[in-house]
Design a binder for this molecule. Structure first.
Ligand SMILES: NC(=O)C1=CN([C@@H]2O[C@H](COP(=O)(O)OP(=O)(O)OC[C@H]3O[C@@H](n4cnc5c(N)ncnc54)[C@H](OP(=O)(O)O)[C@@H]3O)[C@@H](O)[C@H]2O)C=CC1
Ligand SMILES: Nc1nc(=O)c2c([nH]1)NC[C@@H]1CN(c3ccc(C(=O)N[C@@H](CCC(=O)O)C(=O)O)cc3)C=[N+]21
Ligand SMILES: [Mg+2]
Length: 302
């Protein structure tokens, strides 16, 4: 069997098209332009890539993009001041503080200082609690994008067995919560899980969010399973013609061996990554509609 490749890049373009339509209507009918602010502290290279393409796509869908690039030694008080100002800025409907933050900053404190209504990452404790109790919330972008692809490919997820590898607050835990809300039977695996391959082998749905390049092997995958590879890992790939080092992006799954067994799989790049950004834009429109008491876009929330 060769897996169907789930084209996250194309899916994300479609989602951004829907977002752009909503933005156009908000402007025309209501005179409102949704705005997204991204705060980046320091110069984490992975974050920079993400912030760049995010800013470009925010403008492409017709929204206002605000970027706050702060020095790596920014104090907690100064960062909190930036967050408070954005909370109080009526042109800003979504706020994202890029993670990881430098070690001297308490990321829980900073994230929980964001107005939950503007927390388009869905990381604020209020949004985590709302999601966990099945109430309307802002849903984390990477899990939301992954869920959209799963529903699109499989239809109903009800009764399926899902294994999420990774238990971070930003990917693994909210992903498991969303799958549970869709009535999957959910297992969360992590670094202490005993015999991970046989746990993964039970799953109709595998979501890999580990941060270990190409860790998940094809012989861990139940034939026909749907594999969502969240991992973004930059690895060495020899040298360029001029002798300088070359790198490439790989996921947490060993793509070739997994694709030989799975029913469907997301590639890296071109899978979950583009969907994450599309969902960030979708969440910003949703936040803007809620802030103005307007009907929310359909199909763009969980
Ligand atoms: N595509 C996208 O848009 C995004 C991609 N990512 C990528 O997703 C991946 C995960 O990110 P994130 O959740 O932030 O990572 P974290 O490092 O926060 O969490 C990784 C998780 O994987 C678990 N883990 C580590 N090693 C193993 C192992 N050998 N076996 C089983 N479990 C293991 C850890 O377990 P334990 O808790 O026990 O330590 C932890 O729960 C990364 O590659 C990241 O770059 C992240 C965000 C967005
Ligand atoms: N507060 C916060 N929210 C986040 O959502 C967040 C964050 N911090 N910190 C960093 C991680 C990482 N992340 C990515 C999103 C998109 C791609 C993406 O679009 N990747 C492209 C490839 C890009 C390339 O070529 O390098 C792809 O997979 O096709 C990657 C990584 C969001 N994150
Ligand atoms: Mg992390």
């Amino acid at each position: 069997m060769t897996a169907t490749v789930i084209d996250g890049k194309a899916f994300a373009a479609k989602v951004r098209g829907q977002v752009a339509e909503h933005v156009a209507r908000l402007k025309e009918v209501h005179g409102i332009t949704p705005g997204l602010a991204v705060v980046l502290v320091g110069e984490d290279p992975a974050s920079q890539v993400y912030v760049r393409s995010k800013g470009k796509m925010t403008v492409e869908v017709g929204m206002a993009s605000f970027e706050h690039r702060l020095a790596i030694d920014t104090s907690e008080a100064d960062l909190l001041k930036v967050v408070h100002d954005l909370n109080n800025d009526p042109a800003v409907h979504g706020i994202l503080v890029q993670l990881p933050l430098p070690d001297h900053l308490d990321s829980d404190l900073v994230i929980n200082a964001i107005d939950p209504a503007k927390d388009v990452d869905g990381f604020h404790i209020s949004n985590v609690g709302l999601l966990g109790t099945g109430q309307k919330s802002m849903v984390p972008c990477t899990p939301l994008g992954s869920l959209m692809m799963l529903r699109d490919h499989l239809g109903s997820l009800s009764g399926k067995s899902a294994v999420v590898i990774g238990r971070s607050n930003i990917v693994g835990k909210p992903m498991a919560q969303l799958l549970l809300n869709d009535s999957c039977t959910v297992t969360i695996a992590h670094s202490r899980t005993a015999d991970l391959p046989s746990v993964v082998r039970q799953a109709d749905i595998v979501v890999a969010a580990v941060g270990r390049p190409q860790m998940v092997q094809g012989d861990w995958i139940k034939p026909g399973a749907t594999v969502i590879d969240v991992g973004i890992n930059r690895i060495d790939a020899g040298t360029k013609d001029d002798g300088s080092p070359k790198t490439r992006l790989v996921g947490d799954c060993d793509y070739d061996s997994c694709a030989a067994v799975a029913g469907a799989i997301t590639p890296v790049p071109g899978g979950v990554g583009p969907m994450t950004i599309a969902c960030l834009l979708a969440n910003t429109v949703t936040a803007c509609c809620r802030a103005n008491g307007l009907a929310e876009p359909e199909g763009l929330t969980a």
